[in-house]
Structures are given as C-alpha cells and as structure tokens.
Design a protein. Structure first.
Length: 320
C-alpha cells in the first residue's frame, strides 16, 4: 500500500467483495491469504448476525431493552461464549483483527515465536519475587488495540546459568518441552472438513444484497448477488415475460434455498460453529442492519486511515 494514499472503500471495484477494503486485503500467494480465508468468512458472517450484535450490546451497555430481551434465544449463553472469544468484530477490519486473534483462536501464528527474558538473578543475590511478578504481569498485559480474552499459551522456565556452557543451557531448555505442549489444540476449529469457499462467499454476498434490497423479488435478489453462473446474464432489472418466466422461477427457488442456508450459517457462526447449516431462524431488521453496516464501514475507514497517518508520523511502528 502506498502510504501517500488514504485507504478507500471498494465501491465500483468488481475485484473486491462488499465487505473488503481495497489495498488492505491479504494478497494471493501469501501465507495468511490461504490460511485465513475460511476464518475471514466466519468473521464476516458474525458481523451480520443479529444475535451476535445483541451479545455485543450487552457487553457494551451491560443491559438490553425489553424488546431486545424478547429476541434472545434459549441458547444465548453459547452466543455470549463466542463473543467472549471473538470479541468486538465491528470496530476493526479483518486484517487488523486477525493479527491479534488468529493464533489464540485458531492456532494460526502471525509470526515466529520470540523468547522474552522476564528476570535474571545473579549468583549470591536473593530473588525479588515481587519484581518477578511485576515482570510477568507486564508480559501478560495486552497492549494491543484489540483486547483478546483468550491468553496464548506460554511456558515459565527457570534455568541455572552459573558454570554452564551456552550449549548445555540451550539443551536443558529443549529437554523441558513435551510434545503435548507443541500440539495444543486450537480454541476453535472449523465445523466440517469439506466446504466450498466460493459457496460461502456467495451466501455472504446474498445476505449483504438482501440487507441493501430488503423488498426485492427473490429472482432479482439472486441475480444481483450473482449466486449462479447459469443466470449470470441476468442483471436483476429485467422484465419478466413468457421468454424468461421459467428461468426466473428457478432462480427464485435457488435464491430462497441459499438465503435460508446462509442465515443458518450466520447464526451458527454466532454459536461458535462454522460453517454449519443446522437450521436457525432469525428476524432481520434490514434497515437497521444497513445503517449499522454503513456506520461500521465509516468507522473502519477512519481507523485504517489513522493507522496510515500514524505510520507516516512515526507515532507507531509497523509492528506496534
């Protein structure tokens, strides 16, 4: 990205989806592009979920209105559990969020590990336990702009130094490791091994298009969301007549099925399962969701352009 430019929305750029930011997406071929794709979709489905939004409101406001309480499902505790792990997915665009959550949630490290010395006690000196505790607390403190509730795994090791060679000390550290430490399971895994990124992307695009066009006919909705190559010649603005009535009817059926499936995927995502099609029904306030999406995008853009300005001014470094 050219730091002389501001980050811009993706409007009128067919290369990007509605939820993506031009010049701020992982490039094809890089490690994070391949590994983060399904989790990117999980993240974006969460951002549209009305139930996840209620968990966010409860976290921020500490209470809900009577109307919102009536909307709560019986398994809302599962949604709250997911929110505690995934956090505020609204404030930051995916690439920023992924940097802090990829490793702790999905076992996807953002970089190679680095060892941090917490204390050194010289021979003949008494150990200052309070100083060691302060050093540990400082290490554990999350100074990132995103507060992740899941603490990454780490190991505390005390190594005697006096009279030992560097080789012996490193060997002693290596010997402390058990393979089980290195194969620690991820906090969250994808719900199934086989799924199609393209199909999940189409479903997400369909939800966005529905929010933008809540009263549109089903076949027009499917055409605008481009859910099938079979109907890619449709733009969604055509007049139904005897020549295309059968095709529009089939497209409407296809759109309806994909929409129901996408809603279920969205709501299961809020319950920590993705991608999962177990049927869950939910009511959408389309106008409110459209306003929310617009406000969220404006907020994300302001944050991203603040980052660009901070890099230019050297207020923060690329690593911090």
């Amino acid at each position: 990205m050219n730091q002389n430019d501001e980050i811009e929305p993706n409007s009128n750029d067919l290369e990007y989806e509605k939820w993506e930011f031009k010049d701020l997406e992982f490039k094809k071929g890089c490690l994070h592009y391949e590994t983060s794709q399904p989790y990117r979709l999980w993240y974006e489905y969460l951002r549209l979920s009305p139930i996840y939004l209620l968990a966010h409101k409860l976290h921020i406001n500490k209470s809900l209105t009577d109307k919102e309480k009536d909307m709560l499902p019986d398994d809302f505790d599962e949604v709250l559990k997911t929110y505690d792990a995934f956090g505020n997915v609204y404030k930051y665009p995916f690439r920023i969020w992924w940097t802090y959550y990829g490793a702790t949630l999905f076992g996807m490290p953002k970089s190679k590990p680095t060892a941090t010395p917490l204390a050194y006690v010289a021979t003949g000196h008494e150990t200052d336990v309070d100083a060691c505790t302060r050093a540990l607390n400082k290490y554990l403190k999350n100074d990132s702009p995103i507060k992740n509730s899941i603490q990454p795994s780490y190991m505390l090791i005390a190594v005697p130094l006096a009279g030992h060679t560097r080789e012996d000390i490193l060997q002693a550290v290596s010997n402390t490791f058990d393979e089980s430490y290195l194969n620690e399971p991820a906090a969250y895994k994808l719900h199934c091994e086989r799924f199609h990124i393209e199909t999940l992307t189409k479903g997400l695009r369909l939800l966005y298009t529905k929010i933008e066009n809540p009263t549109i006919a089903l076949w027009r909705l499917g055409a605008k969301a481009k859910i099938s190559k079979t109907y890619e010649d449709f733009e969604g603005d055509e007049t139904v007549n005897y020549k295309n009535s059968e095709r529009t009817e089939k497209l409407a059926i296809l759109t309806s099925a994909m929409y129901r499936s996408s809603v279920s995927i969205m709501e299961n995502a809020a319950r920590g399962k993705f991608p999962c099609k177990d049927e869950i029904k939910v009511k959408f306030d389309y106008l409110y969701m459209k306003q929310l999406i617009n406000r969220r995008r404006e907020s994300n853009l302001r944050y991203l352009n603040w980052l660009v300005d901070a890099f230019k001014s050297k207020i923060i470094t690329p690593n911090g």
